[in-house]
Design a binder for this molecule. Structure first.
Ligand code: MN3
Length: 237
């Protein structure tokens, strides 16, 4: 057990973590905190062709400029409409727009993380994790090789559109793999994603067509482990 884990297993530390709560998008996504309805599309942290040959430039341009933008716009609309529905005491509409906010907000949060946990292969992307992150992965999954196998299997097996996500669980400081359907279903309370792969068809279909496992295998070449380590460290504080 790591020092961190031992620390987190004490009741006092657990209470402190609960009091702090999960970080906002801005902790992991490093975005300025917007007012409701004022979310903005964050720029890609690299050129659209930076992840070639594993993820092609056209896929990146459409994925970021069209799909992610649609989630940002959808979240803004949902928040604006929610405010109106609450003011009108229209609970049916509150419920409708709450679901829209969850879907589009999930999309905005996950894509903002997704761009940041990737990088140019051979430079920021690829290789293996080190330090605390490697220790936590080894602790949770036996080895990095075993983790990759299990994460890849989770990504390949997502039913329909969704994500495979590596979460940090605040209560015990462990790393766990979970799937998300769409952007917001099949989650667990008290855990925050630090790494994820988008397996919606829009993320890979232009280059890989129906061969999702090939896309997942290629994606490891662009994972930015330094960024993932930073995400973990931001949650362990
Ligand atoms: Mn996507």
């Amino acid at each position: 057990m790591s020092t961190r884990r031992a620390f987190l297993t004490s009741a006092a530390a657990g209470a402190a973590v609960l009091a702090t709560g999960a970080p906002s998008l801005h902790a992991i996504g490093s975005l300025p905190a917007p007012a409701p309805g004022k979310h903005e599309l964050p720029p890609l942290p690299y050129a659209a062709d930076a992840l070639e040959p594993f993820i092609d430039a056209q896929t990146m341009q459409i994925h970021h400029g069209k799909h992610h933008l649609a989630y940002v716009n959808g979240l803004n609309k949902a928040e604006d409409e929610l405010a109106k529905a609450r003011a009108a005491d229209d609970f049916a509409l509150v419920q409708h727009w709450s679901k829209q906010a969850a879907f589009h907000g999930g999309g905005h949060w996950l894509h903002s993380m997704f761009w940041k946990v990737m990088g140019k292969p051979g430079a920021q992307g690829g290789g293996e994790p080190t330090g605390e992150l490697l220790a936590a992965i080894t602790d949770g999954f036996g080895s990095f090789t075993s983790f990759k196998k299990q994460f890849s299997a989770a990504a390949a097996a997502v039913e329909g559109s969704g994500w495979a996500l590596l979460h940090y669980r605040h209560d015990d400081g462990r790393l766990i793999i979970m799937q998300a359907e769409n952007q917001h279903k099949l989650t667990s309370w008290g855990a925050t994603p630090i790494l994820g792969i988008d397996v919606w068809e829009h993320a890979y279909y232009l280059k890989y067509q129906n061969k999702r496992p090939d896309y997942v295998a290629a994606w490891w070449n662009v994972v930015n482990w330094t960024a993932v380590s930073g995400n973990l460290a931001s949650l362990q504080r």
